[in-house]
Design a protein around this ligand. Structure first.
Ligand code: S3P
Length: 179
């Protein structure tokens, strides 16, 4: 696929826990591209403040504005693989930037996502924070609600691929157990 890309960036989109960062790092090596994680860039721009703290201190709207700004800046560059935050697909303006490259939706069943996120822990993901009660049940309930709001937006991606298939193509075996 390298020649077809002509240096265009690849944007990985998908729900939280879908393996965008893991796949993105491997894909960037395969393609000899640089890898960026939009959440990490937002944290760096905020002087090292974690995403969860940005949400707490300034609210989701502020985080989304920063996300859009980061995607805009990245869209001016070439030969990057970019792991985007799960909610980046919701704002139409972000698609204006992401459509300058190729967007790949990593499709993972909600049940698998909930299992992965419950195992990893949800402290760093403010939209999944939960209090008492069964962590898996709360996580899948929140993911289901987000999926309802976002599933249409993911269809804007240029390519939709299952995590198993992309992991198989990249020869990385059981990527599902890695975050
Ligand atoms: C979010 C996903 C997170 C992060 C933020 C909001 C979302 O990124 O951007 O917590 O709205 O789904 P990951 O998808 O990398 O977890």
């Amino acid at each position: 696929i390298k020649p077809c890309l002509s240096g265009r960036c690849i944007y990985l989109v998908g729900m939280m826990g879908s393996g965008k960062t893991t796949i993105g790092q491997i894909l960037s090596e395969v393609l000899d591209y640089s890898f960026f994680d939009s959440d990490k860039l937002i944290e760096q721009a905020a002087g090292g403040t974690a995403v969860a703290d940005i949400f707490k201190l300034h609210g989701e709207g502020y985080f989304r504005d920063n996300e859009t700004e980061v995607l805009h800046k990245l869209s001016l560059m070439h030969r990057l693989v970019i792991s985007t935050g799960g909610g980046a697909v919701v704002r139409p303006i972000n698609w204006k930037y992401m459509h300058k490259g190729i967007s790949v939706f990593i499709d993972v069943p909600l049940d698998a996502l909930a299992q992965r996120l419950t195992a990893i822990g949800t402290a760093s993901r403010p939209l999944l924070h939960h209090g008492s009660g069964d962590a898996y049940t709360q996580t899948i309930m929140r993911l289901s609600k987000l999926w309802e709001e976002r599933s249409d937006a993911y269809t804007n991606a240029s390519v939709r691929v299952s995590l198993e298939r992309i992991a198989d193509k990249l020869g990385v075996g059981d990527v599902c157990s890695v975050n």
